[in-house]
Design a protein around this ligand. Structure first.
Ligand code: C2E
Ligand code: MG
Ligand code: MG
Length: 767
């Protein structure tokens, strides 16, 4: 490898050495007349042989490449032909030189050299320029034609034309060789300007193409010195060509070894250089007498400028198309950054921009924040596709109901907004229109959605953030008032909400500092008063607020996610406590402890593992534990459903809490693996009152009766909740209920009290 990389450099040095030696000889020859004129013909064939060797070595390393291989092989063959031609020329010179004037070149030599030139030109022409657009290709061809003509004009005017019109008659072979060399040079140079990064190195190509310039040198020598120019041409000018060739080999070898790649650079200057080049003969023509070669130069220069004009027109047309493309792209981009991709509504960024503009100019601005109620349930249970289509349908409703000066917006997720500017439309009117439109089912799935809307109008001096916060507060208030409604912001409205937020922070601290404890409410037999089970209920002893009721902190814990941690605490504590009681009072003392579980806990992927760990750590048998869930918690999609079935399989009993208050109670009983149904307190309240409101009492009794019949039919246990007096207990007994829970039987109590209760029961049994 190291040998390979150094060898090309050696070839360069040898050719340089020969070229320099030959030039030195010419100096001696022309000053002191040293040696024979035929010596001028020695350098080129010798260098040619060196170049052939260099090319051969290079070809061996690149022959595997589909582009570089043939290119360098063709050049190798071309070099062989040219070297043979020059050897023939040298022999001819040695034999036929008369005095200082070498003979004209033999036809055979011209043939070889010419063939070599043609091959080299073909090699350059074959190198692919790489992938281009049709427009680009067109421009490239025009550019190359322009450059070619420009270059050709110069070489014609200063090289060939003087030779043609010289007093001395130049042989046909010399003229055609010089002409051919010109063509190679110009074609090569224009081509190289467009060469992309490819296996054939750009610089190497440029060096090969430049070889042809030596022909221009020969032409200049010939037109200046006539036949006497043959000696300096052969000894000084032509020896440069093999040097360029070996240099090209070296550059290519380095590029191949180093993996160097040059990226394509089209040459926008090329046509202009061509015009400038074409102007040189024009100046020459202007100062000299006009002869026919001058006319050719003139016509060529005019042609170049015509072509450049055409080229400019093509570029202009391309630019126009490009510009309109860019403009279209810009508009699309502008739309994308200011609009929501799913619904096509304006997005949050645009919302803020428009609101900002309204506030800055003092235009009245009212914001309606529209939040869909229970959208997550739709998403979880029916899938994201259905959820997306529902959002699109809601967007259509907003578009239809926003009115002329309303801008509908999708803020993100299931949150939308309408921004009313101009002051002619009242926020409440639009809110009511939206709610009315949503009373009908929407989307392909004919879904019924409800929304809660908060309305806030910017007060003087309001900022974007203050308006949005007010609307947000109003929206929360609307949700709090039972869903599907609108509420306008009034100052002070945020206080309870802020309190809620504050409570969230305190809950975290309360959990960390152990302010929570568990109380136990017995579940008893309505027939003999025996303790059957116990429900664990969380209590928060707040250091300042005192006892915070679960009706306040459970909701906050659910919203902040802290319910997962709180629930885990209650579960572990209950399992531990129950296991202690069972150890102390025996397995019959207490059948079933139950723990409340929120929907949010069921979404926790570690929930089942947590339950199993609590059981294992306490030693409580799995079959003893009951988990209480509300109907809405159970209806939370397939993942929750899988969790519940897994718990059921493991042997944990599931109870439906507050049964009868939900919307789908009956169908739920079939799909949900429940063992126990807890009749909600609202059906127990007033069940005993005989005379007050007979209709209401009958309805409650009917529900209580229907539920126990259904539960019996399905083989489920029932527990009546919230029994506050004996009359209720009696009524429930008559309906067939055997288990109950309520203040009449026992209040929730701390564990020590429950221990005493169990002890009393044991004494009673023994007695
Ligand atoms: P729940 O599961 O329906 O629990 C029964 C609630 O009714 C308890 O209220 C209990 O004290 C109360 N209660 C029992 N008998 C009577 C009665 O005769 N009259 C009246 N007026 N009320 C009675 P509490 O302890 O305030 O709990 C309220 C709700 O908070 C519970 O309803 C439950 O849904 C939730 N909760 C309590 N502790 C936890 C917990 O650890 N985790 C979860 N996720 N929720 C809990
Ligand atoms: Mg409960
Ligand atoms: Mg309940």
């Amino acid at each position: 490898m190291a040998e390979d990389s150094r060898a090309p450099a050696r070839y360069v040095w040898i050719t340089v050495g020969l070229a320099v030696a030959s030039s030195l000889w010419f100096v001696l020859f022309s000053t002191v007349g040293a040696g024979h004129a035929a010596i001028a013909y020695l350098a080129v064939p010798l260098e040619g042989a060196v170049a052939v060797a260099a090319l051969f070595q290079l070809w061996r390393t690149v022959r595997g490449d589909r582009t570089a291989g043939p290119f360098w092989l063709t050049l190798l063959i071309a070099a062989v032909f040219m070297t043979i031609g020059y050897v023939l020329m040298a022999v001819n010179a040695a034999l036929h030189t008369v005095g200082d004037l070498p003979p004209d070149m033999p036809l055979s030599a011209a043939g070889f050299v010419g063939l070599g030139f043609a091959l080299a030109m073909w090699a350059v022409g074959r190198v692919p320029v790489g992938a281009m657009h049709p427009g680009e290709r067109w421009r490239m061809h025009l550019d190359r034609l322009v450059a070619f003509l420009g270059g050709a004009t110069v070489l014609w005017h200063f090289g060939l034309a003087p030779m043609l019109t010289a007093d001395e008659r130049w042989s046909a072979q010399t003229l055609s060789l010089v002409g051919l060399a010109f063509l190679l040079t110009i074609a090569g140079i224009t081509k190289v300007s467009y060469l992309g990064d490819g296996p054939v190195d750009r610089t190497a190509m440029r060096l090969v193409a430049t070889m042809g310039l030596t022909a221009a040198g020969v032409a200049v020598m010939a037109s200046s010195f006539g036949n006497a120019g043959g000696v300096p041409s052969q000894s000084v000018v032509l020896p440069i060509a093999p040097v360029l060739l070996t240099l090209a080999v070296r550059v290519q070898a380095r590029a191949t070894l180093g993996g160097r790649r040059v990226s394509r650079r089209s040459s926008p200057l090329l046509p202009y250089l061509a015009i400038a080049a074409g102007d040189l003969p024009l100046i020459a023509v202007a100062v000299g007498p006009l002869q026919w070669p001058g006319r050719v130069s003139l016509i060529a220069a005019v042609l170049v400028s015509v072509l450049v004009t055409v080229r400019q027109f093509v570029a202009f047309r391309d630019n126009k198309r490009l510009l309109s493309d860019i403009r279209g792209q810009e508009e699309r981009l502008q739309h994308e950054v200011s609009h929501d991709s799913l619904t096509g509504l304006a997005n949050r960024a645009r919302f803020r921009d428009v609101l900002h503009a309204a506030l800055a100019t003092g235009t009245s601005a009212t914001v309606l924040l529209v939040d869909l109620d229970d959208f997550k349930t739709v998403n979880d249970s029916l899938g994201h596709d259905v959820g997306d289509r529902l959002l699109v349908a809601v967007a259509d409703v907003l578009r239809g109901q926003s009115g002329a000066d309303g801008l509908p917006i999708r803020i993100g997720g299931d949150e939308f907004a309408v921004l009313l500017t101009g002051g002619t439309t009242v926020g409440e009117t639009v809110a009511q229109r939206i709610l009315n439109a949503l009373t009908r089912p929407i989307s392909e799935q004919r879904l019924l959605v409800q929304a809660s809307i908060g309305i806030a109008t910017a007060a003087p001096g309001a900022t974007i953030d203050s308006v949005l916060r007010d609307a947000d507060v109003a929206m929360y208030a609307a949700k709090g008032h039972g869903k599907a409604g609108y509420v306008r912001y009034v100052p002070g409205m945020e206080e309870p909400i802020l309190a809620h937020i504050q409570l969230g922070g305190e809950l975290r601290r309360g959990l960390d500092s152990g302010e929570f404890r568990v109380v136990y409410q017995p579940v008893m037999s309505l027939l003999d008063g025996r303790i059957i089970g116990v429900e664990a209920l969380a209590r928060w002893d707040h250091p300042i607020r005192g006892q915070v009721p679960p009706s306040e902190f459970i909701a906050v814990a659910e919203r902040t996610g802290l319910i997962v941690e709180l629930g885990r605490f209650v579960l572990r504590e209950t399992c531990r406590q129950t296991a202690t009681w069972l150890a102390e009072f025996g397995p019959d003392a207490l059948q079933k402890p139950s723990v409340n579980v929120s929907a949010r806990q069921l979404h926790d992927p570690d929930f089942v593992a947590g339950v199993l760990a609590a059981l294992a750590d306490s030693g409580l048998p799995t079959s003893r534990l009951v988990l209480e869930l509300t109907e809405s918690a159970v209806l939370r999609g397939s993942q929750v459903s899988r969790t519940l079935h897994e718990l059921d399989r493991l042997g944990v009993a599931l109870a439906l809490d507050d049964f009868g208050t939900g919307e789908s109670s009956l169908s739920l009983l079939r799909s949900f693996p429940a063992k126990i149904v807890k009749l909600d307190k609202s059906f127990v309240d007033g069940i005993e009152v005989e005379d007050a409101e007979p209709g209401a009492r009958d309805a409650r009794q009917a529900v209580a009766r229907a539920i126990i019949q259904l539960a019996d039919a399905l083989g489920l246990e029932t527990v009546a909740e919230g029994i506050e007096n004996e009359a209720q207990a009696e009524q429930l007994r008559q309906l067939g209920y055997t288990l109950g829970q309520g203040y009449h039987l026992a209040r929730p109590m701390p564990p020590e009290e429950f221990t005493r209760l169990l002890a009393a029961q044991r004494r009673a049994v023994i007695a």
